[in-house]
Every structure is written in C-alpha cells, then in structure tokens.
Write a protein that binds this ligand. Structure first.
Ligand code: 5GP
Length: 115
C-alpha cells in the first residue's frame, strides 16, 4: 500500500493545522470546509493517510467508507434536516485538489441545485 504524500488534511489529522472537530471517532474526523459551497459544507475524512481517493479506499477498506457515510448522516441530522448530498472528487480532472480521501457533505437548501 502506498502512502499518500503529505497533504493539508494530513496536517489537520496530526494537529499541525488546528480545526474545530465536529465529530471525531477512532478512525474518522469531520470539520467545516474552509470555502463552503452550500449552507452546510462539512468534510469527512479518515485519519489514515493511506488512501488518496475514494476508489482506493473502497477497494481496501469498505468498512471505513461505510463509517464515513454513517458520520455524514449523523452530521446532516445535527446541522440540517437529515437529508444530504455526499460528493467525492476522484482525480484532478474531476476537481480533486487534496489527495487524502474526503467526502464533501453538502446539506441545507439544496433543492435548487444541480444533479
Ligand atoms: P477537493 O477539491 O480536493 O475535492 O476538496 C478539497 C476541499 O478542501 C476544498 O473544498 C477546500 O475548500 C477544502 N480545504 C482546503 N484546505 C483547507 C483547510 O486548510 N481547511 C479546511 N477546513 N478546508 C480546506
């Protein structure tokens, strides 16, 4: 298994960059996106730096991917009405800029949005 290069999210996991942790479990943390694209825009990430994108995560540890979805559901209930959109950008040409797998949890007033 290759280790992802150090990313800004690796520094958030290690504490080098401080964030308000909205949820922390043994394997996952969640925090507000610095540039929100929706009324609720939270990033849910695994603590491990082993996976650059959701494809790698799903292949290697589907249980950890399921935990990310479960944490997203909890956050959508706490911060919105429980409904949510979960986005994984997979690859630079899909808009991925941080190569430490992360889910964008978008919620709150999304009915006007695309997709
Ligand atoms: P991507 O484009 O890789 O799917 O998403 C990366 C996300 O990370 C972007 O939405 C960006 O706003 C967010 N982001 C980048 N750097 C930081 C940071 O230092 N703190 C927080 N909270 N979010 C960040």
């Amino acid at each position: 298994m290759h280790m992802a290069e150090e990313t800004v999210f690796g520094k958030i996991v290690s504490g080098e960059i401080p964030v308000e942790k909205l949820i922390e479990t043994e394997r996952v943390i969640a925090f507000h996106d610095i540039a929100p694209q929706a009324p609720v825009h939270i990033l849910v990430i695994p603590k491990t730096t082993a996976y650059a994108n959701v494809t790698e995560l799903a292949a290697a540890d589907p249980g950890l991917l399921a935990e990310i979805v479960d944490v997203a559901q909890q956050l959508a209930r706490e911060h919105a009405d429980g409904d949510f959109r979960l986005v994984f950008n997979n690859g630079a040409n899909a808009g991925q800029t941080v190569f430490h797998v992360h889910a964008h949890l978008l919620a709150g007033g999304l009915t006007e949005g695309s997709l």
